[in-house]
Design a protein around this ligand. Sequence first.
Ligand SMILES: C[C@H](c1ccccc1)n1cc(-c2ncnc(N)c2C#N)cn1
Length: 302
Amino acid sequence: MVGVTTHSTPPQLPAWRHVYSGKVRDLYVPENGSEGYLLVVASNRVSAFDHVLDPEIPGKGAVLTALSRWWFERIDLPNHLADGAADAPEVPAEVADRAMLTRRLEMHPVECVVRGALTGSGFLEYQRTGAVCGIELPAGLEDGDLLDTPIYTPAYKAPLGEHDENITFERSVELVGSETAEALRDASLRIFTRARDLAAERGVILADTKFEFGTDPRTGELVLADEVLTSDSSRYWDAAAYGDESLPRAQRLASFDKQIVRDWLSANWDKQGEPPVLPDEIVARTYERYAELYDRLTAAAA
Ligand SMILES: C[C@H](c1ccccc1)n1cc(-c2ncnc(N)c2C#N)cn1
């Protein structure tokens, strides 16, 4: 039976007012009008092929929030978390395991993408131009190839609901000024390199990721915001599978997130109209994949 698409609406939360929803996250401001904080709530929604799917993946929001928190603790940069702020409304218990109380920042309109491998939109741009965001790459690279050194390939944050647009570093200078553009680039490359190396110790390849930064209006400092290094903002691959040349490319580049969903949809949907409801088994296996990545990355160093 074709399922009816009934996406859950974001929960009403005491002392917080819902102001915006992305595909998989919901944003709230304090009901009392306080301007200093935001509540970012990771839903259990899952999206693929630009559709929010049904049903939700129970536990997804919590495991991705836990992974973000784990990475924030290991990144030596100021971040937007404001846990326990005395002058902020309480975080409601019903979302506590999948919410982040954050300081409200002046966000920069640049998606700070770093690529350690060439795939996705970067590979498509490379196929067309031989470069990504103006960075010339060697000829003959194939989808999923690791790059000798990570590249910073920013995107302009498009209006809500539209696709971000890959831009050159020079364009990012025009958008935010050279000092901030250089700080965004340098911080992004530094965090990526450290995260890539930590993931590699655990047999996981960090192929690419996206950071968002803002400026704290109180201090003027550059602050790492949004979610960090989750499998919604990054591509992670299993190093053993990646290195097994006998496997088909799709299996070598299977990401630790929605590949199960994407593969099932590709086999069961012609991409026309609304996607079918995901079977229980796909829902369960997708959650397990999110949890597996969390367990592998956060396991004590070998
Ligand atoms: C993209 C993301 C989003 C979250 C939730 C739902 C849809 C989008 N977002 C984050 C901010 C934001 N603005 C000011 N200060 C902050 N600390 C943050 C953060 N994080 C605005 N949008």
